[in-house]
Design a protein. Sequence first.
Length: 271
Amino acid sequence: METRSGQASTDEEYKLRFLSDSTSEFRQKDIDTLNILFADCGAPNDIVVQRQDHVPSFLFIRNYNKHQIQNIADIGTSALDTEEKTLVDLIQRVVQNEDVKIGTKESLTDTFVDFLLRKLGFESYPLRLNIKPIYVTRIGRRTVTSECDFSVERNKSVLMIEEDKHLKNTYRSERFGEFQIAGELLAAASENYQNDPRDQIIYGMRVIGTRFTFYKAFFPERYLYSLPDGIPNEVATIYRYSKGTERGYDYTEPEHRQDILAMLSSLKDTF
């Protein structure tokens, strides 16, 4: 059996040398090096037991479909209440921005997601909603930095991370940003492990325009413990549920909207 002082050590040093320093640059080679696997879930309950408690009714936008939302020409004179008007305005801006070419900032999606999370209470004590938090992971002698769009924390523990993408800035070859998500989930788990050395479960959410995918990542204690020594021998698994589509639930569709809100409400109750 090879040891770290033999050929295995040389191979590991080679892999670590080419490990990306930032999770925003993570690709397939990085998650392969770190023994992170993705697995599809068969049902949303595999991520979190589904509830739909305490969801403000305005977030359902009267069950309007995408066509109806897009064709509200004058939001100000519509029959919608103020909160519904705000949400429709945000969605219209995101949808209109979808056809803009590469280089467009994701700020419109950021604003849309921030609105949802705050209205659902993710910023209320004992939870804390962080914007653009930075987490750091040490892997051998390499330091990997991660910045996600939002994270939800309670006390010193990261509970959930969220990453926004623009429709035109995501690629099938990069699994629509999932390699970056994997790195961010690892960084959050590593952060937690410093204060609470045990198995870590971190939830994640990726939003591409108005499309949502949910994740549940499991990082074993032995995996996290071994990171300062280099590449872990253990495997970490990230479970994915995206309603059977590549880019996930679409908030502009009434049925999907109910499922997104049920998932978010369930996650908040879990925390």
